[in-house]
Design a protein around this ligand. Sequence first.
Ligand SMILES: NC(=O)c1ccc[n+]([C@@H]2O[C@H](COP(=O)([O-])OP(=O)(O)OC[C@H]3O[C@@H](n4cnc5c(N)ncnc54)[C@H](OP(=O)(O)O)[C@@H]3O)[C@@H](O)[C@H]2O)c1
Length: 281
Amino acid sequence: MRILVTGANGQLGNEMRVLSVAHPGHEYFFTDVEELDITCREAVCRFVREQGVDLIVNCAAYTNVDRAEEDEPTALRINADAVANLAAAGTRIIHISTDYVFSGDEHLPCREDDPVAPRTAYGRTKLEGEKQLLSLCPEAVILRTAWLYSSFGNNFVKTMIRLGREKEQLGVVFDQIGTPTYAADLAAAIFTVIEAPEWHSGIYHFTNEGVCSWYDFTLAIHELAGITSCQVRPILSEEYQYRTPRPHYSVLDKSKFKHTFGVDIPHWMDGLKRCVERMNE
Ligand SMILES: NC(=O)c1ccc[n+]([C@@H]2O[C@H](COP(=O)([O-])OP(=O)(O)OC[C@H]3O[C@@H](n4cnc5c(N)ncnc54)[C@H](OP(=O)(O)O)[C@@H]3O)[C@@H](O)[C@H]2O)c1
């Protein structure tokens, strides 16, 4: 298969690059905004036509949640209009979406068909991307994920390692619950979809297994990184000056993905261990 990976310089895009080596049966085109700006429909359609692309894996997105509040039109252009451009190219698509399409007010893991109610500009634009994609390309696969981190790019794991080394004390919120997801495991899930005997279109939830708060996550990060000099304190969200509201409970139910593709998913602690080991290499 000839596979175009967009946003290939991001966390997930880089993990797709790494994992592609273990899947040599395909030809890959790894592009980011420099090589292929997905907001330009003509460029997208031309690229797909000229390179004979069979499948697009869209890892490109406007992911800065705070900045999206101040500049929703730009977020909308990248998270929704550009997704419609990809759909217009007429190939199969695997697109990545987010737990932020939900309100985060629930107390049970969200299923794919639960009511959506985004509370942020980022969530609204990602939801609009889902809608546009499904209306133009009903055969698409959408994977919603959450709390993504990797050894590539900037993320919570790297920030906590840095702060843990710099500070003696750190307050981290314990009233927001979710599932940290190693982008390498999401990349593996994408290859599971690509190489399944049949194409199973639709929306799926994919994160690592288990749940925790950001506070618990930080304790695990520090332990694995060997940081002992920083005392981590649990704080409430209201004690932290968030510029944008964050969901209190954003756990995704992954049953549909596991049943459809017949796979087990690693626990978040396992993913974190592999990520920190790789960062130490
Ligand atoms: N990070 C999370 O915690 C999280 C949680 C849930 C879901 N997701 C979703 O998971 C997916 C992957 O996230 P990620 O963390 O890997 O994102 P990321 O690290 O921010 O990577 C996104 C990449 O897309 C590029 N990009 C932006 N605009 C583009 C354009 N017009 N054309 C082509 N490329 C463009 C970005 O370039 P610049 O850096 O130059 O803008 C960046 O390299 C996204 O769909 C995101 O919404 C992420």
